[in-house]
Design a protein around this ligand. Structure first.
Ligand code: CO8
Length: 260
């Protein structure tokens, strides 16, 4: 498969995947998803590769969320029938049994924060910012944010983030347990690749088993939570406030809410 929205590179035993739509702050559209699924499948299948790193191109964003312009015209029926974003869980989280690291180089918002949280380890640049601002668009997290963020940082901070849509800087994210480490911005990729090389040098099966064990502690009942979350997201996409919230973003103005 030829990629247009991501870049991939093998560095010894480490696969580097770069989200590459810098003009849209690496927003995650259907093409990105399809290409990521292919890249993660190739990584999983390649016996020479033991660990992966995912990062964002440009200086500003890891990923500023699901692509609002793509979601704007979709109806609730479209979201429900496509089971929009279910493939992130089945193809990228579950099917990738080898460990992978998110090296977060800037904004990780909405789906971007959710993609980072799907990784086994998050390493953040000191310029990284995390958030679940979907409420400002009249919706809510739909790719695991309400579940994974709450498990990572606890109810108090997760509620604060989801209800106000505020961002967390890298220092707060580390203090809250969302990220493993914060490193200077210009050293992020080197540090991410170095950690990945360390993991890649471990016995490959033991690495996968360790990952599986830690996830077993983390993910009990997550499946139900994620299905529940997706259904609720799909219902929200039928509201007038979703239409208004996304239109307001695209037209660069404040939204005006109807509450329905
Ligand atoms: N989607 C599409 N385009 C985007 C997105 C996005 N999420 N974020 C930024 N862009 C685009 C902008 O429209 C702009 O494009 P253009 O130049 O053509 O106008 C370009 O990227 C640069 O963005 P800004 O000019 O806005 O840059 P600023 O530095 O002023 O602001 C921000 C940066 C703060 C990151 C700002 O862009 C922003 O708030 N972005 C939106 C963040 C957001 O709301 N993310 C959540 C999206 S919803 C989501 O992720 C839901 C996931 C779950 C779905 C599950 C379904 C079941």
């Amino acid at each position: 498969m030829t990629y247009e929205t991501i870049l991939t590179e093998k560095r010894d035993q480490v696969t580097l995947i770069t989200l590459n739509r810098p003009k849209s702050l690496n927003a995650l559209n259907s093409q990105v998803l399809d290409e990521l699924i292919d890249a993660f499948s190739a990584f999983q299948a390649d016996e020479t590769q033991n660990c992966a790193v995912i990062t964002g191109s440009g200086d500003k964003a890891f990923a500023a969320g699901a692509d609002i312009k793509e979601m704007y015209d979709k109806s609730a029926a479209d979201f429900y029938l496509e089971d929009f974003f279910a493939k992130w869980t089945s193809h990228i989280v579950k099917a990738t049994r080898k460990p992978w690291i998110a090296a977060v180089n800037g904004f990780a918002l909405g789906g971007g924060c959710e993609l980072a949280m799907m990784a086994d380890i998050i390493i953040a640049s000191d310029k990284a910012k995390f958030g679940q601002p979907e409420i400002k668009l009249g919706v809510a997290p739909g790719m695991g944010g309400s579940q994974r963020l709450t498990r990572a940082v606890g109810k108090a901070k997760s509620m604060d983030m989801c209800l106000t849509g505020r961002m967390m800087d890298a220092e707060e994210a580390e203090r809250s347990g969302l990220v493993a480490r914060v490193v200077p911005h210009d050293q992020l990729l080197d540090e991410g690749l170095k950690s990945a090389a360390t993991i890649a040098s471990m016995p490959p099966m033991a690495a996968q088993v360790n990952k599986e064990m830690v996830n077993a502690a983390f993910e009990n009942n997550l499946e139900q939570g994620l299905v529940h979350e997706r259904r609720l997201f799909q219902i929200l996409t039928a509201t007038e406030d979703k239409k208004e919230g996304m239109a307001a973003f695209i037209e660069k103005r404040e939204g005006s809410w109807k509450g329905r």
